[in-house]
Design a protein around this ligand. Structure first.
Ligand code: PRT
Ligand code: MG
Length: 221
């Protein structure tokens, strides 16, 4: 059995064409079923639905053989910033070029970010991405007080909880609707295929077949 860990929502939707290219069709609609283990047209392949932030954990510890998750989530999980990397049994063979966005710093309209950074004062930053934010501001030499949030980051500068946020931006509409402006572009994000290294050794042929089908589908785009 090959187990693929996916999260509901945009990653699931954007993964479907890649699965199709690999000859895999998911037989349940994740938005309709309450099942967490989804069957596919291939008896030897199943999909497990987990929280986006839990995908690296499932794959690293062998709860799933493969997984698809954002680079943002992988970096927060401890993977390196640039290029393909490996940590403790988790291997990232492919950039799937889906669920693309960027990680940015945003502040309230009218907040003088340049001055706040220049004066060497402290900046209060609210984010779900504490590892990414810590590394980014440390490299810039800016002192920050980080506040960990689990969602609705956009609210923090509006309520006075923080001066700035570090969050994902795609169209920019959410920032605009909340009178926030992007002041730094930290990095581009896309979703990656991750594989459990022990599984890759034990189930080499079927896992290789999936990796190759995904990379073939990407090359054909
Ligand atoms: O919802 P849950 O807490 O379970 O997990 P999650 O929020 O991490 O999952 P999900 O499905 O929302 O996001 C999964 C992954 O999709 C992320 O880890 C990213 O790699 C990727 N992705 C791509 C995005 C976006 N684009 C995105 N725009 N994830 C979130 N957003 C949010 C962003 O946080 C902000 O609130 O959309 C809003 C901004 O969008 P725009 O278009 O208004 O700029
Ligand atoms: Mg979400």
């Amino acid at each position: 059995m090959i187990t693929l860990a996916l999260s509901k929502g945009r990653i699931f939707e954007e993964t479907l064409p890649l699965l199709k290219a690999a000859g895999i069709q998911v037989l349940d609609d994740p938005e309709k079923t309450r099942k967490l283990i989804l069957t596919t047209n291939q008896p030897e392949v199943r999909v497990v639905l987990v929280r986006a932030t839990d995908v690296p954990t499932y794959v690293q510890y062998g709860g799933a053989d493969l997984g698809i998750t954002g680079k943002d989530t992988l970096i927060e999980h401890g993977m390196e910033w640039g290029g393909a990397a490996t940590i403790g049994g988790l291997y990232e063979p492919l950039d799937l070029q889906i669920a693309k966005c960027r990680i940015s710093v945003a502040v309230r309209e009218g907040f003088d970010y340049a001055a706040a950074v220049r004066q060497g004062g402290r900046l209060t930053v609210a984010t779900k991405y504490v590892a990414i934010a810590r590394e980014f501001f440390a490299t810039k030499g800016v002192h920050v007080d980080l506040i960990k949030l689990y969602g609705s980051m956009e609210l923090a500068p509006l309520t006075g909880l923080a001066d700035a946020i570090v969050d994902l931006v795609s169209t920019g509409n959410t920032l605009k609707a909340n009178h926030l402006v992007e002041v730094e572009h930290i990095m581009d994000i896309s979703s990656r295929l991750v594989v459990n290294q022990a599984a890759l050794k034990l189930k080499q042929a079927p896992i290789r077949r999936i990796i190759d089908a995904f990379s073939g589908a990407l090359a054909a785009q």
